[in-house]
Design a protein around this ligand. Structure first.
Ligand SMILES: O=C(OCc1ccccc1)c1cn[nH]c1
Length: 246
């Protein structure tokens, strides 16, 4: 998979050189390139923002540097890949979910546009539809100062689903949201820790009962913490993420 990220703070994406995503890049599973938006400006001050039409506080990101950056990415796309998906992190986007992570993990080429200030001139989003499948995406109902943190989260959530990135693909199956429910609690040695014991069923060796206990714990936790997920689960509206193969 090829991933391009455009940001005025490219160093914000440095953590993607570490750990599993970093290794996936070394192994050639992930071809991730970070671009400095200012490299696509033409004025002496490398200006990327200006005041908003219609007034209001804050600044808006100018359209031309974005068009230059995105055009160069669209032109340099991998052989035979379809239209790249352009993901624009934004509080005004569709929710990022495990199901969307699986959907994006099947794409050949993803591009991420990191907005700052009050956002990017809306005409860039419209213009981009010529070259990209444009998806404004929200991590959650809160506001960040820019899209970079959201991109770190999404690249990790998507990258770890790619074949060969996590050691044991089995570990992708039994995790929160993989089956529409929250995950069960986990324990390791010692069996008694500060006078707290591990649930006896887990030491029983009875795998049927263990699986039953774990499933019950998933339902109990989901009902307690995320009743919204339980309704979706009960309605049979399992997310697309309820698949193991990729
Ligand atoms: O704040 C976010 O994105 C950064 C951003 C983009 C455009 C203008 C301001 C800030 C965000 C919140 N949930 N998901 C993403």
């Amino acid at each position: 998979m090829r991933i391009d990220v455009v940001s005025i703070f490219p160093e914000y994406l440095a953590p993607l050189e570490l750990s599993l995503i970093g290794k996936a890049r070394q192994d050639g599973i992930l071809d991730l390139r970070v671009h400095d938006l200012r490299a696509f400006t033409t004025d002496r001050h490398r200006t990327v923002d200006d005041t908003p039409y219609g007034g209001g506080a804050g600044m808006v990101m100018k359209p031309e540097p974005w068009a230059q950056a995105l055009e160069s990415i669209a032109a340099d796309r991998p052989e035979g890949s379809g239209r790249p998906v352009l993901i624009v992190p934004s509080p005004a986007g569709e929710r990022f979910t495990q199901a969307l992570a699986y959907e994006l993990a099947e794409q050949e080429h993803l591009a991420f546009a990191c907005g700052r200030y009050e956002g990017i001139d809306e005409r860039v989003i419209e213009w981009s539809r010529e070259h990209f499948d444009v998806r404004p995406v929200s991590l959650g109902d809160y506001v960040l100062n820019g899209g970079e943190v959201a991109v770190l989260a999404m690249v990790e959530a998507i990258g770890r689903l790619l074949p060969g990135v996590v050691g044991n693909p089995e570990s992708l199956v039994e995790e929160s949201h993989s089956d529409g429910l929250l995950e069960y609690p986990v324990y390791t040695k010692p069996s008694v820790w500060r006078e707290r014991e591990v649930p006896a069923v887990l030491l029983s060796g009875n795998h049927g009962r263990i699986a039953q206990w774990r499933r019950h714990e998933q339902f109990r936790r989901t009902a307690e913490r995320r009743p919204d997920l339980l309704e979706a689960f009960d309605a049979g509206k399992l997310p697309r993420a309820d698949r193991t193969e990729l």
